[in-house]
Design a protein around this ligand. Structure first.
Ligand code: MG
Length: 227
């Protein structure tokens, strides 16, 4: 530590015989056993650790992580752009919806709200509200992040699966990851995006639409920025 100061974690370990002898010898007030040990035997041995291993004492020390999941589906339609995770993907069809119909971002917004214990995307961003007509769904995700932050939580990582028979998404995954990481204000490596077909089965296999699942982890918001 700087200038000889340490943050000390629990447990501290002692030889039982030595510690009991120290208790016999000293009757003064000590904030903890290591202070007593220090008085009797001199400095204890210090073992470096990680802040992640801190003692759970207060209510805020518990329940620091909240998981949430979300799902969304949109049908393909001609004459609309295809936007997935905020990335425009060249394709003959787009997705039908009130906003830009970015299914993975809608699933992500639902996952964020769910993890924070809030209501779903339809509650906060109803498709009867003209504000969200043709909206960039990135704004919906940003609003969901803000709502979670008001509850004291901020994204830690996110995992998204996009189910689509076509088009092939692998050339766009890196850009999608970058976009999502920026929206969530997390490092790019904290975002995972998988693309899969459904082996020609069901509505996705028939190329009638796509679906997306999202899973997020929220941690305690540090509070230094409003997102
Ligand atoms: Mg949707």
């Amino acid at each position: 530590g700087k200038e000889g100061n340490y943050t000390v974690q629990t447990p501290q370990a002692f030889r039982r015989k030595d510690l009991l002898a120290a208790f016999e010898k000293e009757t003064g007030d000590f904030p903890d056993e290591s202070s007593l040990y220090l008085k009797v035997y001199g400095p204890p041995r210090i073992v470096e650790s990680t802040p992640a291993n801190r003692k759970l004492t207060f209510r805020e020390d518990f329940g620091v992580c909240r998981a949430g999941n979300g799902y969304d589906t949109h049908a393909f339609t001609a004459g609309r752009p295809l936007v997935l995770c905020g990335v425009h993907i060249p394709y003959e069809k787009g997705l039908l919806g009130h906003s830009d119909a970015d299914a993975p971002l809608h699933a992500l917004a639902d996952a964020l709200l769910s993890a924070a214990g809030l209501r779903d995307i339809g509650y906060y961003f109803p498709d009867t509200d003209p504000r969200w007509e043709g909206a960039d769904s990135a704004n919906i995700v940003r609003a969901a992040v803000r709502l979670a932050r008001e509850r004291g939580f901020a994204p830690v990582n996110a995992s998204i699966s996009v189910l689509a028979e076509k088009p092939k998404l692998s050339p766009y995954i890196a850009e999608m990851k970058t976009r999502v990481a920026k929206l969530l204000n997390v490092p790019t490596e904290n975002v995972g995006i998988a693309a899969t077909t459904t082996e020609k089965l069901g509505f996705i296999g028939r190329e009638e639409g796509i679906a997306a699942y999202a899973c997020v982890l929220l941690g305690r918001a540090s509070g230094e920025n409003g997102g």
